[in-house]
Design a binder for this molecule. Structure first.
Ligand code: SF4
Length: 402
C-alpha cells in the first residue's frame, strides 16, 4: 500500500503537524512517543524532519497551492527545540506549500522549561500560539503526577509568553488526578481564568497499561476520583469556563470568541493533515471519497533509519485505506465532538447521504435523543451538554457496520 497514490481531494484545508519526541523527564502517566535525551540531537532530528517534509509535500499538493491553515509542533516537548530550528521548519513548510498568508503556528511547551529567551526566540521564528501544559494549580498534585514544574512556574511562563508578544495562549489542564478533590479542581479553573488564556483544553487523566501509573493501578496503589466524581468535574469545567465567557466548542476545548484552535478544528472537520517526525499521523483524503491514514514508526531509531534509507520519506509503520463508508462514520463521530455538531446539508455534500438516511442509525439516534444526549434539528445533529459526557457511547451506537 502506498499512501502517495490516488488523486488528492484538494478542496480540503491542510494542516502540518511536526512531532518532537523529546522531554526533559518522563511523566509516569504518559503514553506519548517521547524519550529523555541529554543532549537532545537537535540537528540530526531537524534535518530528518526537514527532509521528510520535502519528500511528502507532493502528496498534499494538488494542481494549485493547498489551503494551508496551520503548523502545529507537538510532542514530547517542542518548547525545548531550538527556536532557530523551528524557524527553519516554518520557512520550509511555507515554501513547500506556497503559503504567504497568515497561519496559526503553535508550539507546545512546559512551565518551568519555557524561559523568557526561548519564548522570544519562538515568537521571532514566527510562532504565534503557545500551548502550556499547566495541568494543575496545586504543588502537591503536580508533584504526584510527576510534573517538573510548580505553580509559581506557571505564572512565570505566562509572563514570558506575553512579554514575547504572543497573544494566543492555550492552557492544558487535567482532572481526575490521584488525590484531587472537587475543591482543588474548582480552584485550578479559577486560578487559570485569572491568567486570561485565550484557549483552554481540559482532559481527564487516562491511565494506560504500559505506564508506571498503569502498574500502580493494577497493584491497587493509585487512588483516583471515581467515574461519578470525574463526570462532576467535567460539568464544573463547563460551568466555570462558560461563566468566564469561554465558548465550550468541543468536548475538551474552550475558547474566547474567535480563538478556536484552527489546527485541531481540521481534525474534527475532515481536513487533510500531513504529520512529520517520529510517530506522527497523516490523513490524505482522495477525490473518490476514500482516503489514506498513515503513521510513522514510533521509535526514534526506527524512524531515523527508515527515513535515511528511503530518501527522507520513512516507510509508514501503519497504513490504512479508509473506505467512503469509514469516512462517513468518522465524519459523524468527529462532528458530534463539536458544539457546532453535524451540518446535515454539508454532510450530504461531502458524503452523499444525510447522516440519518440509514433506518438503523436513525432509530439509534432517536434513542439517544430519548436519553437526553442528542438533539436532532432539520439542519443539524448536536450532542447536548450531558451528551458530551457520553460522546463515545453515542458514536458507537451511530456507527454503521459494513
Ligand atoms: S511532558 Fe508531556 S509528553 Fe513529556 S512525558 Fe510529560 S506528559 Fe509526556
Amino acid at each position: 500500500m502506498d499512501p502517495g497514490t490516488g488523486i488528492l481531494d484538494a478542496t480540503r484545508p491542510l494542516g502540518v503537524y511536526v512531532h518532537f519526541p523529546f522531554c526533559r523527564a518522563r511523566c509516569p502517566y504518559c503514553d506519548f512517543a517521547t524519550a529523555v535525551r541529554d543532549p537532545i540531537p537537535h540537528e540530526e532530528y531537524t534535518a530528518a524532519v526537514t527532509a521528510e517534509l520535502a519528500a511528502r509535500a507532493d502528496w498534499f499538493r494538488g494542481t494549485s497551492a493547498p489551503d494551508l491553515k496551520s503548523i502545529y509542533f507537538g510532542g514530547g516537548t517542542p518548547g525545548l527545540w531550538r527556536p532557530a530550528a523551528i524557524g527553519r521548519l516554518i520557512e520550509t513548510t511555507r515554501r513547500l506549500f506556497d503559503a504567504t498568508g497568515p497561519l496559526e503556528i503553535t508550539v507546545e511547551a512546559n512551565p518551568g522549561e519555557l524561559t523568557a529567551e526561548a519564548a522570544a526566540g519562538l515568537r521571532a521564528a514566527g510562532v504565534n500560539r503557545l500551548s502550556l501544559g499547566m495541568q494543575a494549580f496545586q504543588d502537591h498534585l503536580l508533584h504526584s503526577i510527576g510534573r517538573q514544574h510548580n505553580v509559581a512556574a506557571i505564572a512565570a511562563a505566562v509572563d514570558a509568553v506575553r512579554t514575547a508578544g504572543v497573544d494566543n495562549l492555550c492552557a492544558d489542564l487535567m482532572f481526575g488526578l490521584p488525590g484531587q478533590t472537587m475543591d482543588d479542581w474548582r480552584h485550578s479553573l479559577v486560578a487559570l481564568v485569572a491568567l486570561s488564556p485565550e484557549h483552554v483544553t481540559a482532559y481527564a487523566l487516562t491511565v494506560e497499561r504500559g505506564t508506571p501509573f498503569g502498574a500502580l493501578e493494577r497493584a491497587g496503589k493509585l487512588q483516583r476520583p471515581d467515574d461519578e466524581a470525574v463526570a462532576a468535574m467535567c460539568v464544573t469545567t463547563h460551568e466555570v469556563l462558560q461563566g468566564a465567557d469561554f465558548e465550550h466548542y468541543e468536548i475538551s476545548s474552550y475558547a474566547r470568541p474567535g480563538r478556536r484552535a484552527v489546527h485541531n478544528t481540521l481534525y474534527w472537520t475532515g481536513g487533510a493533515y500531513l504529520g512529520v517526525g517520529a510517530s506522527s499521523s497523516s490523513f490524505r483524503p482522495l477525490r473518490d471519497g476514500t482516503g489514506w491514514r498513515f503513521s510513522n514508526p514510533r521509535a526514534l531509531a526506527t524512524y531515523l533509519r527508515s527515513a535515511a534509507a528511503h530518501g527522507g520519506n520513512p516507510r509508514p509503520a501503519k497504513i490504512e485505506r479508509r473506505t467512503a463508508g469509514d469516512l462517513e462514520n468518522e465524519g459523524l463521530w468527529l462532528g458530534l465532538r463539536t458544539s457546532d455538531g453535524v451540518d446535515r446539508a454539508a454532510h450530504v455534500r461531502r458524503y452523499g447521504c444525510d447522516p440519518l438516511s440509514s433506518p438503523a442509525r436513525a432509530a439509534a439516534a432517536h434513542k439517544c435523543v430519548d436519553a437526553g444526549w442528542l438533539s436532532i434539528a432539520p439542519d443539524r445533529l448536536r450532542l447536548t451538554v450531558t451528551g458530551f459526557l457520553f460522546a463515545d457511547e453515542v458514536s458507537s451506537r451511530l456507527w454503521l457496520g459494513d
